[in-house]
Design a protein around this ligand. Structure first.
Ligand SMILES: [Zn+2]
Ligand SMILES: [Zn+2]
Ligand SMILES: [Zn+2]
Length: 225
Protein backbone atom coordinates (compact mmCIF):
# COMPACT_ATOMS: atom_id res chain seq x y z
CA UNK A 1 0.00 0.00 0.00
CA UNK A 2 1.36 3.46 -0.89
CA UNK A 3 2.17 5.99 1.87
CA UNK A 4 -0.60 8.34 0.72
CA UNK A 5 -3.16 5.53 0.93
CA UNK A 6 -1.94 4.66 4.42
CA UNK A 7 -2.31 8.32 5.45
CA UNK A 8 -5.82 8.32 4.04
CA UNK A 9 -6.60 5.20 6.05
CA UNK A 10 -5.21 6.86 9.20
CA UNK A 11 -7.49 9.86 8.64
CA UNK A 12 -10.48 7.61 8.03
CA UNK A 13 -9.81 5.73 11.26
CA UNK A 14 -9.39 8.98 13.24
CA UNK A 15 -12.53 10.41 11.67
CA UNK A 16 -14.55 7.44 12.83
CA UNK A 17 -13.25 7.74 16.39
CA UNK A 18 -10.70 4.93 16.13
CA UNK A 19 -7.65 6.92 17.16
CA UNK A 20 -6.06 3.89 18.79
CA UNK A 21 -6.29 1.91 15.55
CA UNK A 22 -4.87 4.90 13.60
CA UNK A 23 -1.97 5.12 16.07
CA UNK A 24 -1.30 1.38 15.76
CA UNK A 25 -1.19 1.79 11.99
CA UNK A 26 1.33 4.64 12.38
CA UNK A 27 3.42 2.51 14.74
CA UNK A 28 3.40 -0.29 12.19
CA UNK A 29 4.64 2.15 9.50
CA UNK A 30 7.23 3.54 11.92
CA UNK A 31 8.74 0.06 12.30
CA UNK A 32 9.29 -0.21 8.54
CA UNK A 33 10.57 3.26 7.78
CA UNK A 34 14.22 3.43 6.69
CA UNK A 35 15.22 6.52 8.67
CA UNK A 36 16.33 5.79 12.24
CA UNK A 37 14.90 8.52 14.48
CA UNK A 38 15.55 6.82 17.83
CA UNK A 39 18.00 9.54 18.88
CA UNK A 40 15.30 12.17 18.18
CA UNK A 41 12.85 10.12 20.24
CA UNK A 42 15.26 9.93 23.18
CA UNK A 43 16.04 13.66 22.92
CA UNK A 44 12.33 14.50 22.90
CA UNK A 45 11.64 12.38 25.99
CA UNK A 46 14.61 13.99 27.73
CA UNK A 47 13.44 17.52 26.85
CA UNK A 48 9.89 16.80 28.03
CA UNK A 49 11.17 15.36 31.32
CA UNK A 50 13.40 18.39 31.89
CA UNK A 51 10.48 20.67 31.09
CA UNK A 52 8.29 18.92 33.69
CA UNK A 53 11.13 19.08 36.22
CA UNK A 54 11.60 22.83 35.69
CA UNK A 55 7.85 23.55 35.81
CA UNK A 56 7.52 21.63 39.09
CA UNK A 57 10.60 23.30 40.56
CA UNK A 58 9.25 26.70 39.53
CA UNK A 59 5.90 25.95 41.21
CA UNK A 60 7.68 24.91 44.41
CA UNK A 61 9.93 28.00 44.53
CA UNK A 62 7.06 30.32 43.59
CA UNK A 63 5.01 28.94 46.51
CA UNK A 64 7.95 29.52 48.88
CA UNK A 65 8.40 33.05 47.53
CA UNK A 66 4.68 33.88 47.88
CA UNK A 67 4.59 32.56 51.46
CA UNK A 68 7.61 34.73 52.39
CA UNK A 69 6.04 37.74 50.67
CA UNK A 70 2.77 37.26 52.56
CA UNK A 71 4.62 36.86 55.82
CA UNK A 72 6.77 39.96 55.27
CA UNK A 73 3.88 42.16 54.17
CA UNK A 74 1.64 41.10 57.07
CA UNK A 75 3.91 43.04 59.44
CA UNK A 76 4.46 40.00 61.66
CA UNK A 77 8.28 40.18 61.36
CA UNK A 78 9.53 42.50 64.10
CA UNK A 79 13.27 42.10 64.27
CA UNK A 80 15.41 43.67 61.54
CA UNK A 81 17.70 40.63 61.15
CA UNK A 82 14.83 38.28 60.26
CA UNK A 83 13.31 40.91 57.93
CA UNK A 84 16.65 41.31 56.12
CA UNK A 85 17.16 37.55 55.73
CA UNK A 86 13.58 37.22 54.40
CA UNK A 87 14.28 39.90 51.78
CA UNK A 88 17.55 38.29 50.72
CA UNK A 89 15.90 34.82 50.45
CA UNK A 90 13.11 36.37 48.33
CA UNK A 91 15.69 38.01 46.06
CA UNK A 92 17.52 34.70 45.66
CA UNK A 93 14.23 32.99 44.81
CA UNK A 94 13.36 35.66 42.24
CA UNK A 95 16.74 35.11 40.57
CA UNK A 96 16.18 31.34 40.44
CA UNK A 97 12.66 31.84 39.09
CA UNK A 98 13.96 34.02 36.26
CA UNK A 99 16.51 31.39 35.34
CA UNK A 100 13.85 28.64 35.45
CA UNK A 101 11.64 30.69 33.13
CA UNK A 102 14.51 30.72 30.65
CA UNK A 103 15.06 26.98 31.05
CA UNK A 104 11.35 26.32 30.42
CA UNK A 105 11.42 28.49 27.31
CA UNK A 106 14.47 26.62 25.99
CA UNK A 107 12.98 23.17 26.62
CA UNK A 108 9.78 24.18 24.84
CA UNK A 109 11.78 25.39 21.83
CA UNK A 110 13.83 22.18 21.85
CA UNK A 111 10.66 20.10 21.77
CA UNK A 112 9.25 22.20 18.89
CA UNK A 113 12.48 21.81 16.97
CA UNK A 114 12.63 18.04 17.50
CA UNK A 115 9.01 17.68 16.41
CA UNK A 116 9.76 19.70 13.25
CA UNK A 117 12.74 17.44 12.47
CA UNK A 118 10.37 14.49 12.24
CA UNK A 119 9.14 16.10 8.97
CA UNK A 120 6.47 13.99 7.27
CA UNK A 121 7.17 10.75 9.12
CA UNK A 122 4.35 8.64 10.61
CA UNK A 123 5.92 9.33 14.02
CA UNK A 124 5.20 13.04 13.65
CA UNK A 125 1.58 12.38 12.69
CA UNK A 126 1.35 10.09 15.72
CA UNK A 127 2.72 12.80 18.03
CA UNK A 128 0.34 15.44 16.66
CA UNK A 129 -2.60 13.06 17.08
CA UNK A 130 -1.50 12.05 20.58
CA UNK A 131 -1.28 15.69 21.78
CA UNK A 132 -4.83 16.42 20.59
CA UNK A 133 -5.89 14.55 23.69
CA UNK A 134 -4.95 16.78 26.64
CA UNK A 135 -5.03 13.73 28.92
CA UNK A 136 -2.62 11.70 26.75
CA UNK A 137 -0.19 11.33 29.65
CA UNK A 138 -2.86 9.81 31.91
CA UNK A 139 -2.64 6.43 30.17
CA UNK A 140 -2.68 3.44 32.49
CA UNK A 141 1.00 2.66 31.86
CA UNK A 142 2.14 6.22 32.63
CA UNK A 143 0.05 6.40 35.80
CA UNK A 144 1.43 3.04 36.91
CA UNK A 145 4.97 4.24 36.19
CA UNK A 146 4.41 7.38 38.27
CA UNK A 147 2.97 5.31 41.13
CA UNK A 148 5.86 2.82 40.92
CA UNK A 149 8.30 5.70 41.50
CA UNK A 150 6.16 6.72 44.49
CA UNK A 151 4.91 9.80 42.61
CA UNK A 152 1.55 11.44 43.30
CA UNK A 153 -0.28 8.76 41.27
CA UNK A 154 0.48 6.47 44.23
CA UNK A 155 -1.63 8.77 46.44
CA UNK A 156 -5.05 10.41 46.28
CA UNK A 157 -3.76 14.02 46.06
CA UNK A 158 -4.43 14.31 42.29
CA UNK A 159 -1.39 16.57 41.59
CA UNK A 160 -0.72 14.90 38.21
CA UNK A 161 -4.20 15.67 36.93
CA UNK A 162 -4.10 19.43 37.46
CA UNK A 163 -1.68 22.21 36.47
CA UNK A 164 1.29 22.51 38.81
CA UNK A 165 0.89 26.28 39.02
CA UNK A 166 -1.56 29.01 38.01
CA UNK A 167 1.22 30.56 35.97
CA UNK A 168 1.39 27.57 33.59
CA UNK A 169 -2.12 26.15 33.25
CA UNK A 170 -1.13 24.31 30.05
CA UNK A 171 1.49 22.23 31.86
CA UNK A 172 0.24 19.05 33.43
CA UNK A 173 2.20 15.86 33.89
CA UNK A 174 3.59 13.23 36.20
CA UNK A 175 5.93 13.84 39.09
CA UNK A 176 9.64 14.43 38.84
CA UNK A 177 12.07 14.74 41.74
CA UNK A 178 11.06 18.42 41.94
CA UNK A 179 7.41 17.75 42.88
CA UNK A 180 6.72 19.57 46.17
CA UNK A 181 3.96 17.15 47.20
CA UNK A 182 6.25 14.13 46.69
CA UNK A 183 9.02 15.88 48.61
CA UNK A 184 6.67 16.41 51.53
CA UNK A 185 5.54 12.78 51.40
CA UNK A 186 9.17 11.52 51.18
CA UNK A 187 10.36 13.86 53.90
CA UNK A 188 13.50 14.91 52.02
CA UNK A 189 14.58 16.64 48.81
CA UNK A 190 16.20 14.63 46.02
CA UNK A 191 19.20 16.50 44.65
CA UNK A 192 22.11 16.14 42.25
CA UNK A 193 22.34 13.15 39.93
CA UNK A 194 19.61 11.25 41.77
CA UNK A 195 17.04 13.80 40.56
CA UNK A 196 17.47 12.45 37.01
CA UNK A 197 17.41 8.75 37.90
CA UNK A 198 13.93 8.09 36.39
CA UNK A 199 15.07 9.19 32.93
CA UNK A 200 18.35 7.29 32.98
CA UNK A 201 16.79 3.91 32.17
CA UNK A 202 15.51 5.27 28.85
CA UNK A 203 18.38 7.59 28.02
CA UNK A 204 21.04 4.90 28.39
CA UNK A 205 19.30 3.05 25.57
CA UNK A 206 21.30 2.44 22.43
CA UNK A 207 19.74 4.67 19.70
CA UNK A 208 20.21 1.86 17.15
CA UNK A 209 17.77 -0.37 18.99
CA UNK A 210 15.72 1.08 21.83
CA UNK A 211 15.69 -0.97 25.02
CA UNK A 212 12.41 -2.28 26.39
CA UNK A 213 11.81 0.67 28.73
CA UNK A 214 12.64 3.28 26.07
CA UNK A 215 10.31 1.48 23.62
CA UNK A 216 7.53 1.62 26.18
CA UNK A 217 8.17 5.34 26.72
CA UNK A 218 8.19 5.92 22.94
CA UNK A 219 4.80 4.20 22.64
CA UNK A 220 3.40 6.30 25.47
CA UNK A 221 4.84 9.67 24.39
CA UNK A 222 4.34 9.42 20.63
CA UNK A 223 1.53 6.96 20.05
CA UNK A 224 -0.45 7.23 23.29
CA UNK A 225 -0.41 3.42 23.43
ZN1 LIG B 1 4.30 14.30 43.17
ZN1 LIG C 1 0.55 15.12 45.11
ZN1 LIG D 1 1.46 10.86 38.33
Amino acid sequence: MSPSLLELLERLLEGTGSRKAAQKLRRWQHKWQSRNVNQLILNYIEAETKLRFHVQREARLQAEHDALFLNSSSGSIDDKKTAASTVSRMEALQKKLRSLSEDIWHQERTMDMLQARLCALPLRRALVSCRKDQDWYLSEWMRTECARRRGCCARACGCCRRPRSERRPQHRGHCTAACACCEQSRGFAVTGKDAWEPTQMALTSNPKTLNLYATRLRDAYFFGL
